[in-house]
Design a protein. Structure first.
Length: 698
C-alpha cells in the first residue's frame, strides 16, 4: 500500500520540482528527500530510477524554472549516490547550461558541479576544464563589434551647392558628431561596473565550486596559467567579477597551503591588497575573507607578510560598511592577539604611506576611515616609531579637514585634536592652520561637527595649557552672543538643503530637526553615495556655498564651554552671564534648538566648575529653565527636565527647592520630564558622567 502511495505521489512531486513558484519547488525537493529517507532498500532503487529520469526531463525543458528544478534535484541525488551513468549525463548538462540565460540556473550549475566533484573527484574537472576556461576567456571582454548606438557618419558625404566636397562642412559635421554622439547604455563610456557581464561571474563561481569540491586533488591543476587568469580578473572593471575572484583567492590559499604558498605569498598579498582597497564594500568583504584564510595559512612565516598586509587590515577595521568592519576586527584579533600595536610599530613606514594614500581616495567613506586610523596610529602606537611621520600625517589630516563630506571633516577634526595631544611639539608647525580650522568648524552647519570641534579644542588645551585657553576664550567672546544677530527665519542646516537629493544633508533636512539624531550613527556614506570631492584651497573650501547661521556660532560656543569646564574650569565663569542672556532669546525659529543644547550641557558645566562658582547664576537661569519645561518643543522640554533634575541633585534638593516660586515647585513635582531625586548616597551630578564630558558624546 505504501509503495502504491509513493508511486502515485512521486510523479506529482517531480512536476512540482519544476514549478514556477520557488516555494513549491523547495517543498517538492523536501518531500522527495523524505521519501528516500523513509523508503526501504528495494524501494529506494526504484525511486532513484524514477527520479533520475525525472531530472533528465526537467533539465532539457524550455522553461528556466524546470531546468533549475532539475539541477537542484540532480544535486540532491548525487549527494546521496553517484550513479556513473547519471553523473556523466549531468556533467554534460552542466557544460550545456554553463552559459544559460537565467542567472539562477547558472548558479545551480556551479552547485551541481561541486557535488559532482565531491563524489567523483578530479575527473569532473578534467571533463569540463576546457569548457569552463573557454567560457571565461571568451566572455572576459565585451564584444568590440557590439552596436554602440552611435549616429551614422554622413559628414564625408556632405557637398556644397557647387557639387564639390566641402572641407569646412566635413569638419563641422565631424565636430557635431563628436559633441552629440549617442551611446547606448552598457556600451562605450556608458558601461558601468555595476551592470552584469554576461556569464563571467557565475562561471568563476563554478570554478570555485569545483576547486573546493575536488580539494587537494585540484592542486596540480592550479598552475601558473590558471592563477594568472584569476589574477587578471581581480582587475576586471565589473565589481561582481572582482568579488567572485577574491572569494576564489581564499580557495587558492587553502589549496596552496605549505611550501607553494610560502613561495607565492608576496604576490598573493599584493593581489589581496587590491580587494582590500576596492571602492565597493562587497569586494572588500570578499577580499577580507580571503585575507583571513591567507593569514591563517601563512602562520609559520606570518611576520614576513605583515609589512604587505598590515596596512590594509588596519584600515578596514574602521571601514564604514559594518560587515567589512566587524569581520576585519575579528580577523585582526585572530591574527594579532595582543601584539597588534607592536606589529604596527614594526610596519610603521608602510602603514603611514597607505594611510596617507587612502586619505586622498575618491571614496569619501575611505577618507573618513583613514582619519580615524591616523588618530589611532598617533595615540596608541609606540611614539618613537611614529614620530618621524607626524608632519606628513598632520598634513594629510588638514587636507581631510577641508573635505566636501562633513563626516570626513568631523573625523579629521577629532583626529587632529588627538594628534596634538600625543605630539604637541611636532604639531606646532601646523598649529595656526589647525586653530583656524577648529574655530571655523565650531560654527559649522552640522551639530556633530560643532561638538567635535569643541572636543578637539579641548585636546589642544590639554597639550598647550594657558596658551590655548587664551586663544579659545578670545574667540568665545566674539562668538557666544552671535545669536543676537540671528534673523527670525533661521535655518537648521544653512544652505545644505539643496546641495544634493541623495546625500546626508537631504536626509537630515527631512528629519524633524538636527538634534533628533544625537546618539545615532551618521547617515551612510557607502559605495552608492555621491563621490564628494576631496579637500583643497582655503580652510572652508568644501565645494558648497555654506553661509553660516549666527545661532550656530552660539551653539558651538556652548559645546566649547562644556569642554573648557573640564580642562580649564577657571576660564568658564566669565561666560555664564552670556549663557543667561542666550536663555532669554526667542526671536528666531531655532531658539528652542539652541536652548535644548544649552540645557543638555549646563549640568556638566555646573559640576565641573563647582557649586561655588555656579550658584550666583542659578537664580537667573531658573526662570528660563522652567519656561522651557512647558515651551511646546518636545526635545527642549525633555532636556530642560533632565537639567532641572541634575542641578537639583548637584545643589541639594532642599536648597534648590528654596530658590523656587510656588509655580515652579508645582512644575517640579508634576512634570514627567523631571527625574526623581537621586538617592541619599548618590554622587552629585552623576547623570552627567566624566566620560560624557571627555568624549563629547551625550
Amino acid at each position: 500500500m505504501a509503495q502504491a502511495d509513493t508511486a502515485s505521489t512521486l510523479p506529482e512531486l517531480l512536476a512540482l520540482a519544476g514549478n514556477q513558484k520557488h516555494l513549491e519547488r523547495e517543498r517538492a525537493l523536501g518531500r522527495i528527500e523524505h521519501l528516500f529517507d523513509s523508503a526501504d532498500p528495494e524501494q529506494k532503487q526504484e525511486l532513484l530510477q524514477q527520479v533520475y529520469n525525472g531530472a533528465r526531463q526537467l533539465v532539457i525543458s524550455e522553461e528556466w524554472e524546470q531546468r533549475l528544478g532539475g539541477l537542484r534535484l540532480a544535486r540532491l541525488l548525487l549527494q546521496r549516490e553517484a550513479d556513473p551513468l547519471f553523473a556523466d549525463d549531468m556533467t554534460a548538462t552542466c557544460q550545456r547550461l554553463l552559459e544559460d540565460p537565467e542567472v539562477r540556473v547558472r548558479w545551480a550549475v556551479g552547485e551541481l558541479l561541486r557535488a559532482l566533484c565531491e563524489q567523483l573527484g578530479i575527473s569532473v574537472w578534467e571533463k569540463v576544464q576546457a569548457c569552463v576556461l573557454e567560457s571565461i576567456t571568451r566572455n572576459f571582454d565585451r564584444d568590440a563589434a557590439e552596436p554602440s548606438g552611435q549616429l551614422p557618419d554622413h559628414g564625408s558625404e556632405v557637398e556644397d551647392s557647387s557639387g564639390s566636397g566641402s572641407s569646412s562642412s566635413d569638419f563641422l559635421s565631424s565636430l557635431l558628431q563628436q559633441s552629440y554622439r549617442v551611446e547606448r547604455p552598457g556600451t562605450g563610456e556608458m558601461r558601468h561596473d555595476t551592470e552584469g557581464w554576461k556569464c563571467l561571474e557565475t562561471t568563476f563561481r563554478a570554478l570555485q565550486h569545483m576547486m573546493e569540491g575536488c580539494g587537494d586533488a585540484f592542486r596540480p591543476y592550479l598552475d601558473d596559467s590558471l592563477r594568472l587568469l584569476i589574477y587578471r580578473a581581480l582587475y576586471h572593471p565589473n565589481r561582481f567579477v572582482r568579488e567572485a575572484c577574491h572569494f576564489i583567492m581564499g580557495s587558492v590559499c587553502k589549496l596552496l597551503e605549505g611550501p607553494d604558498l610560502e613561495e607565492l605569498a608576496p604576490e598573493i598579498a599584493k593581489k589581496l591588497g587590491l580587494g582590500l582597497s576596492d571602492n565597493w564594500s562587497q569586494v572588500r568583504f570578499a577580499a577580507s575573507t580571503a585575507t583571513r584564510t591567507f593569514m591563517l595559512c601563512t602562520a609559520p612565516y606570518r611576520e614576513r607578510v605583515f609589512p604587505l598586509m598590515v596596512p590594509y587590515m588596519c584600515l578596514n577595521r574602521y571601514y564604514v560598511a559594518e560587515g567589512v568592519r566587524l569581520y576585519s576586527q575579528e580577523t585582526w584579533r585572530m591574527v594579532m592577539g595582543d601584539q597588534g600595536r607592536e606589529e604596527v610599530a614594526k610596519c610603521a613606514p608602510q602603514v603611514v604611506a597607505y594611510y596617507i594614500e587612502q586619505s586622498k581616495a575618491n571614496n569619501h567613506a575611505v577618507r573618513e576611515a583613514a582619519c580615524a586610523c591616523i588618530a589611532e596610529l598617533m595615540c596608541k602606537v609606540d611614539k618613537a616609531a611614529v614620530a618621524p611621520f607626524v608632519p606628513r600625517l598632520l598634513r594629510a589630516l588638514i587636507m581631510c579637514f577641508k573635505d566636501a563630506s562633513w563626516p570626513v571633516r568631523d573625523a579629521a577634526c577629532l583626529a587632529c585634536g588627538r594628534c596634538v595631544t600625543a605630539f604637541p611639539e611636532e604639531s606646532r608647525e601646523v598649529l595656526e592652520d589647525l586653530y583656524t580650522l577648529w574655530f571655523a568648524h565650531l560654527w559649522d552647519n552640522i551639530f556633530s561637527v560643532r561638538e567635535d570641534s569643541a572636543v578637539a579644542l579641548g585636546d589642544a588645551v590639554r597639550a598647550y595649557g594657558d596658551e590655548a585657553v587664551a586663544r579659545i576664550t578670545e574667540k568665545l567672546r566674539v562668538m557666544i552672543l552671535e545669536a543676537k544677530d540671528q534673523p527670525a527665519d533661521s535655518k537648521a542646516y544653512g544652505s545644505l538643503e539643496n546641495t544634493t537629493q541623495f546625500g546626508v544633508a537631504a536626509q537630515r533636512a527631512r528629519a524633524n530637526d538636527e538634534e533628533l539624531h544625537t546618539d545615532k550613527t551618521m547617515f551612510s556614506c557607502g559605495s552608492l553615495a555621491p563621490k564628494l570631492q576631496r579637500g583643497g584651497g582655503s580652510c572652508m573650501d568644501h565645494g558648497f556655498a555654506r553661509p553660516k547661521e549666527p545661532w550656530e556660532a552660539s551653539d558651538g560656543s556652548i559645546y566649547m564651554l562644556r569642554e573648557l569646564s573640564v580642562v580649564a574650569p577657571a576660564a568658564v565663569p566669565e561666560f555664564l552671564p552670556s549663557l543667561v542672556e542666550l536663555t532669554r532669546m526667542h526671536h528666531f525659529a531655532h531658539a528652542a534648538n539652541l536652548h535644548e543644547n544649552l540645557w543638555k550641557q549646563l549640568p556638566a558645566i555646573a559640576e565641573n566648575i563647582g557649586k561655588k562658582a555656579f550658584k550666583p547664576y542659578l537664580d537667573d537661569l531658573l526662570g528660563p529653565l522652567f519656561r522651557s519645561l512647558t515651551c511646546g518643543h518636545r526635545l527642549c522640554e525633555s532636556s530642560a527636565g533632565r537639567c532641572i533634575g541634575s542641578l537639583r541633585d548637584l545643589i541639594g534638593p532642599g536648597i534648590f527647592a528654596g530658590r523656587l516660586s510656588e509655580d515652579q515647585r508645582r512644575l517640579l513635582e508634576s512634570s514627567p520630564d523631571v527625574p526623581p531625586p537621586a538617592g541619599r548616597f548618590a554622587v552629585p551630578g552623576s547623570r552627567v558622567t566624566p566620560q560624557f564630558v571627555l568624549t563629547g558624546r551625550p
